[in-house]
Design a protein. Structure first.
Lengths: 181, 187, 175
């Protein structure tokens, strides 16, 4: 803390303007700043700016959360719930008789879920399907790009010996046998 | 009451077995290559992650049938698409390159055909295909992309490379990149 | 599930407001809000009674840190659009009606811009205290800081804003 016995410089005052505005300084220091600001044009400007910032911050409005966030969160939660059940099913030792009780409970939960969720949405939403389409397009485009970059086409390298050549051979054999007849 | 109980149990069991069977049959598919272990090499999450399986792909196929029938055809024949891209810190590069080499050896042993091997500047790319019964049933890509990132991909299904090539050239990767980010952010 | 929905309706605006002022970016704030509530659904039963607000502040803040980290990766992918500029414009449009787009809203816009640039914990404290009106004690609890430190950081945060906005203020005075 600044010693109060000396006169405060502009830099001392400007360091403490925010605390001064919140009246968070001891009374004596509050007075010293007040007196300094009365005579100092520069510090008056800083004080006004600090006040403006404080007021503006306090009047910044809260932002309402868009409805789409709620719906997508609920969709995500629902999906995770299905995944949880699925994992639970997969990791159980299905042949043990104890599963019977658990399975019954699970079915009951599924039914309850239907009752409370009322909707009969397919396991994937149209958004997810559209995203999957984009993902596949991206993958295919990536492969195309890789081909362009490396200058190798799949046909030359693999299709020729693995697919095209055997087909040609088979055709030749058929044509050959027809000619013989 | 007892009959209802037994039927309920049977139904749930059938459901569980069907789900389990679906996962198992994918793993047994000759075009499948397990990329699960790569995750352990990286401390950060992947910067890009695509993981699509049968039913979702068929739904996407039905959705695109009218507007893009050739894409629908490709989608209809795919069983699984997995892509993961990770940031590649400089100090990890050698380690990742080594691991990719090991994976490549494993692929060679398992009857995959290496169709692309490029080591140019800072790129280091492998592309493998799995031919079976005169068809391509799987693709594996391991690509160190410059000094920035590394990408792994496995595609399983009845793949027509010609069609993939044709479609791949139709779309702009950068545009799709932005569209994917945009639609993910919107969700 | 009903309790969860109720909680979400009750707290979503607070979470979204914090995220939006912290990140200055609409879609990211939406993502963060979704992430926070998915976590609440997963781990809600572990939150002590009466500590929900505290938990939400901590988790939202952490999710914002993650979003900033992800933003670096995203910007490496898409370089053509200056997102922060665009979203701050949207933010300002959303806050004020056309008639209010006066000198004051211009200052507020600059203020929001400056706020999203200052370091943490100053940024979090400024949002929580000045915009969201949380008590010093609540902020100290959530950020794990002593009460006096929260107050001192609040003053330091506003001082940082003052330093950043000095030129805007000078320009305004000359107009």
């Amino acid at each position: 803390m600044k010693s109060t016995s000396k006169k405060w410089t502009c830099s001392d005052v400007q360091d403490n303007i925010e605390a001064y505005l919140d009246t968070a300084l001891p009374e004596q220091e509050m007075q010293l700043i007040k007196l300094h600001v009365q005579d100092c044009h520069g510090c008056q400007g800083e004080l006004k700016l600090a006040q403006r910032i404080q007021q503006s911050l306090r009047t910044l409005p809260p932002k309402p959360c868009p409805e789409v966030v709620t719906s997508s969160t609920l969709a995500a939660v629902r999906q995770q719930r299905y995944a949880k059940w699925r994992n639970a099913l997969l990791h159980k030792r299905v042949w043990r008789p104890a599963l019977a009780g658990a399975s019954f409970l699970l079915l009951a939960l599924l039914l309850l879920d239907r009752v409370f969720w009322h909707d009969t949405a397919p396991p994937y939403s149209s958004e997810e399907v559209a995203l999957a389409e984009l993902d596949v397009k991206w993958t295919i485009a990536y492969l195309g790009n890789l081909g362009k970059k490396t200058g190798v086409t799949v046909r030359d390298q693999v299709l020729e010996p693995e697919v095209v050549a055997p087909l040609q051979e088979a055709l030749r054999a058929v044509i050959g046998s027809e000619n013989e007849h | 009451m007892k009959t209802i109980k037994i039927m309920t149990i049977m139904l749930v069991l059938l459901f569980a077995v069907a789900l389990f069977g679906q996962e198992e049959s994918l793993k047994k598919n000759p075009g499948y290559f397990n990329l699960d272990n790569i995750r352990t090499t990286f401390s950060d999450e992947p910067t890009l992650e695509i993981n699509l399986e049968g039913f979702l792909l068929s739904m996407a196929a039905s959705a695109t049938k009218v507007a893009e029938p050739d894409l629908a055809e490709v989608l209809d024949n795919l069983l699984y698409v997995r892509v993961e891209r990770y940031d590649l810190p400089r100090d990890k590069r050698d380690e990742v390159q080594g691991k990719n080499g090991e994976l490549a050896k494993k692929l060679d042993k398992e009857g995959w055909e290496r169709v692309v091997r490029v080591r140019e500047n800072e790129d280091d790319v492998y592309v493998y295909l799995k031919p079976e019964n005169k068809k391509i049933v799987g693709i594996v890509v391991m690509a160190i992309e410059g000094s920035k990132s590394v990408l792994f991909a496995n595609i399983v299904g009845n793949i027509d490379p010609d069609q993939i090539g044709r479609l791949g050239n139709r779309w702009d990767l950068n545009h799709l990149d932005s569209a994917r980010w945009e639609s993910r952010r919107r969700r | 599930m009903r309790t969860f929905k109720k909680m979400m309706h009750q707290h979503r605006d607070r979470v979204f407001t914090f995220a939006l002022y912290y990140l200055g970016q609409y879609e990211e704030a939406e993502d963060v809000t979704q992430e926070v509530f998915v976590r609440l659904w997963k781990y809600g039963d572990r939150v002590e009674a009466g500590k929900l607000e505290h938990w939400l502040i901590t988790v939202t803040r952490n999710a914002c840190f993650d979003a900033l980290r992800r933003r670096k990766v995203y910007q490496a992918h898409v370089t053509s659009t200056d997102l922060s500029e665009r979203d701050f414009a949207e933010l300002a449009d959303d806050a004020d009606s056309p008639e209010q787009l006066t000198e004051n809203s211009d200052f507020q816009e600059k203020l929001e811009h400056a706020l999203a640039k200052i370091d943490d914990p100053y940024r979090s404290i400024l949002i929580l205290r000045e915009i969201q009106d949380y008590k010093y004690e609540q902020i100290g609890d959530a950020l794990d800081l002593p009460l006096n430190t929260v107050k001192a950081y609040l003053h330091r945060g506003r001082k940082m804003l003052r330093e950043q906005l000095k030129c805007v203020w000078e320009d305004e005075k000359h107009i």
